[in-house]
Design a protein around this ligand. Structure first.
Ligand code: SAM
Length: 253
């Protein structure tokens, strides 16, 4: 039985941000496994069995996919953005690490996708032109003390910071705590952007500074980008602007 498993990144939203490789794996699949919201992006067709699941059960989803592939099916597990960034690739390899030894002989492919930070950066100009880091603010899978330590290190290391999973309807205090920490260690004039649902119809870009950002605007569909000491604003007409983090580093602060 020669099954296969592809862990495929769908990109952050529109079909045009899905790679041709991702599309061809989906076209060749017998089964597609994923969070129901992501499965909605996959066209229905005959001979494609859909295994939709709710949010927050990544490990079970990985097991379903591996068992199907082991039965000889051609399985695609989908993730939003890139499957390797806060997404399903890690869950699948975790399951392989501790699971049925025959899973190690499976044909497994990770198909890269455009991550939210790439799409957001492209919208804003060149905010990731120099060193940057990505931090998930979700403390469901790691303790808050670790997130705090990383925020401090990112601020003191003067990285541009991309915050994934910044807040949900119920999980609000983390974003407030994160910003009070960043405000205590960075210039208050640092550019900050909330980029919501980038690539979707309801896309929204909100420019602010570390001092005046309205954290109520931040939700689960947003990525929050915080500049380094070198990130500059190129003002355009109206409220429109580009962000630039130059490739050279001029001044140590
Ligand atoms: C569980 S993470 C998955 C990240 C995904 N694997 C990636 O590479 O983009 C979900 C978070 O990604 C960010 N995100 C995903 N799609 C986005 C979009 N279209 N616009 C802005 N942020 C997005 C948000 O911060 C959201 O809370």
């Amino acid at each position: 039985l020669n099954g296969s498993l592809a862990i495929v990144g769908l990109g952050p939203g529109p079909a045009r941000w899905m790679t041709p490789e991702a599309m061809s794996f989906i076209e060749a699949a017998t089964d597609v496994v994923g969070y129901e919201k992501y499965l909605d992006r996959i066209p229905h067709r005959q001979n494609l069995i859909r295994h939709a699941s709710g949010n927050g059960i990544e490990q079970e989803r990985a097991l379903v996919a591996l068992r199907l592939a082991n039965l000889g099916r051609h399985v695609v597990v989908v993730s939003g953005g890139d499957p390797g960034i806060f997404a399903m690739a890690a869950s699948v390899f975790e399951a392989i690490e501790t699971g049925d030894p025959t899973w190690r002989t499976l044909d497994v492919t990770v198909v890269p996708g455009i991550s939210a930070m790439h799409a957001v950066a492209a919208r804003l100009g060149a905010p990731l032109g120099h060193d940057f880091c990505a931090i998930s603010l979700s403390d469901i899978l790691k303790p808050w003390t670790v997130i705090e330590r990383r925020l401090i290190a990112a601020a003191d290391g003067d990285f541009v910071i991309a915050l994934y999973n910044p807040a949900s309807k119920r999980r609000r205090h983390q974003i407030h705590q994160a910003f009070s920490l960043l405000r205590s260690r960075k210039d208050l004039a640092t550019p900050v952007t909330i980029a919501r649902s980038v690539g979707h119809e309801n896309e929204q870009i909100i420019h602010a500074t570390l001092a005046d950002i309205d954290l109520e605007q931040v939700d689960m569909s947003s990525l929050v980008l915080i500049g380094s000491s070198q990130t500059r604003i190129i003002q355009r007409s109206g409220n429109s602007r580009w962000l630039l983090t130059p490739r050279h580093y001029s001044e140590v602060r």
